[in-house]
Design a binder for this molecule. Sequence first.
Ligand SMILES: CC(C)(COP(=O)([O-])OP(=O)([O-])OC[C@H]1O[C@@H](n2cnc3c(N)ncnc32)[C@H](O)[C@@H]1OP(=O)([O-])[O-])[C@@H](O)C(=O)NCCC(=O)NCCSC(=O)C[C@@](C)(O)CC(=O)[O-]
Ligand SMILES: NC(=O)C1=CN([C@@H]2O[C@H](COP(=O)(O)OP(=O)(O)OC[C@H]3O[C@@H](n4cnc5c(N)ncnc54)[C@H](OP(=O)(O)O)[C@@H]3O)[C@@H](O)[C@H]2O)C=CC1
Length: 562
Amino acid sequence: MDLRRRPPPNPKPLNHRRRPNQTAEVADPNSYPKASDALPLPLYLTNGLFVTLFFTVAYFLLTRWREKIRTSTPLHVVTLSEIAAIFSLFASVIYLLGFFGIDFVQSFVAPRTPQDDDWNNVVGLEPTPLPPPGPKKDETLLSKEDEQIVQSVLSGTTASYELEAKLGDCRRAAAIRREALERTTGRSLEGLPLDGLDYESILGQCCENPVGYVQIPVGVAGPLLLDGKEYMVPLATTEGTLVASINRGLKAIYASGGAISVLHKDAMTRAPIVRFGSAVRAAELMLFVEDPLNFDTLAAVFNRSSRFAKLLKIQCQIAGRNLYIRFACSTGDAMGMNMISKGVQYVLEYLQNDFPDMEVIGISGNFCSDKKAAAVNWIQGRGKSVVCEAIIKEEVVRKVLKTNMDSLAGLNVNKNLIGSAMAGTVGGFNAHASNIVSALFIATGQDPAQNVESSHCITQIESVKNGKAIYIAVSMPCIEVGTIGGGTQLASQSACLNLLGVKGANRESPGANARQLARIVAGAVLAGEVSLLAAIDTDQLMTSHMKYNRSSKDVMHLASTE
Ligand SMILES: CC(C)(COP(=O)([O-])OP(=O)([O-])OC[C@H]1O[C@@H](n2cnc3c(N)ncnc32)[C@H](O)[C@@H]1OP(=O)([O-])[O-])[C@@H](O)C(=O)NCCC(=O)NCCSC(=O)C[C@@](C)(O)CC(=O)[O-]
Ligand SMILES: NC(=O)C1=CN([C@@H]2O[C@H](COP(=O)(O)OP(=O)(O)OC[C@H]3O[C@@H](n4cnc5c(N)ncnc54)[C@H](OP(=O)(O)O)[C@@H]3O)[C@@H](O)[C@H]2O)C=CC1
């Protein structure tokens, strides 16, 4: 059953009325109806109407009363207008009592919702904490059938991860799983949104056992002027100052005429580990797969696994009777780990015919090397290898970066080169490439764990043009990105790819979108490097983080506790 083809469900929240800061996406089906929901006019208009009516008729009746006393007319003798006024007075009193009375009483009687606290924030009231989640908390809100499924998950009769397949409704499955989770742990998931994600789109592609999603703000920096084209760069981060810093670096690059990028290698790698009875046999296989005469045959086997993956190179490393075979292939617009793993599997099956004593220990033998810092990646590259450079004018260094060129170049040597050498880093000869890589990866649906090697980077800064400008370059040999597959197809990630003009597969030239994305990553890293180095050089780092990375509330709190 292909659940992804099902139309998304359309759950109806119980309370359709929205408060000022409540969007449709966060409307909570758990919120309770209020008496004032029944009004035909907006609440503020109805209130205004009845308050005006009350004071007008009260004034009218008091005037009439004083007149009657003055003219000695009995009070019980009333005209038609006075009857109407008395009736209106009663009506407005009843309404106002109802408004202040019923809703007031109801606020004690009905349980609170998060939206109530949102509302309190708007009107300036102190939020009251939610009652602790108990096993019975939301039982009344579930349909009888859903309640039975929750019970079946709780008793272990139904596996939680089978809910999507059993129900055929991914959003409902996530809601039931979440309910069961809250009951078993006794912990509330309040704050972790459920609605607002297309659960069908992650099934079989992005995440198992979903119970919600985490929100990460996306900021934009730019324009990045790269190879003559402008890009606005989306960055998903919770580190205040990061977007501002990249934005400043991009401004400096833009004012100096832009950056230039070179993509000099494009090859994803996977290295299985195989073992023989002896090192001699392992060496025989090594000679076989590395022999150029056999390459075409092995490539034909590999390439059958995909329309886009193309085998480029095989390289071995032997250790005793173990052989590590590092396959490298191009993967079109995909990052390519699934593709290459599939291709490698085909080749191993083929090799087994000629080497029946070959034991496959594992499809990944860590000589690949995926999601680990490794010299093999740093030296040979993995994914896209990109160099990005710019020449920044002295005036821009002074005005935009607020520092001077000699000091900036000196800091780069002492920090990024000597300091990193002293630390024994692998690929970490930079200030914060991983900051920019992670933020761009999360925004555009890349595999965030590949930030490890994708952030390998050496930053160089030199004085050029007789001391009138600086040359800055970042060399990044392992940018592992794709514009198709993995998380790139999710709505928000796909929107960020679209902003960069690299969404999806490139039909004319497969691989062009992914390669362009890799260049953009390097361009943004270049900007981030130059800006952070300038901030450190001018002792701006801490002050800027106090401004953008620590809310004023916390600062005040710290100050008051000091
Ligand atoms: C996928 C499994 C778990 C199947 O494994 P299986 O043994 O076939 O699964 P099973 O159906 O027999 O179920 C066994 C248990 O797995 C769990 N399970 C089973 N299915 C689900 C599901 N849909 N949702 C949630 N939980 C599930 C569940 O706990 C279940 O127990 P039960 O509850 O039935 O008693 C297994 O094949 C596996 O672990 N695969 C590895 C996948 C993985 O770790 N991928 C990570 C990405 S790889 C990578 O990024 C890095 C890499 C590889 O390049 C690094 C390197 O170089 O090494
Ligand atoms: N398996 C593993 O060991 C690992 C997996 N991952 C995960 O793998 C996923 C990414 O795998 P990846 O292989 O990139 O993506 P997919 O598994 O989604 O494969 C890409 C698919 O897109 C198709 N496709 C269509 N147009 C193109 C095009 N222009 N260029 C390339 N492919 C195209 C491919 O066709 P075709 O079928 O013809 O190839 C293929 O089916 C991520 O979720 C990541 O987290 C991460 C690390 C390790």
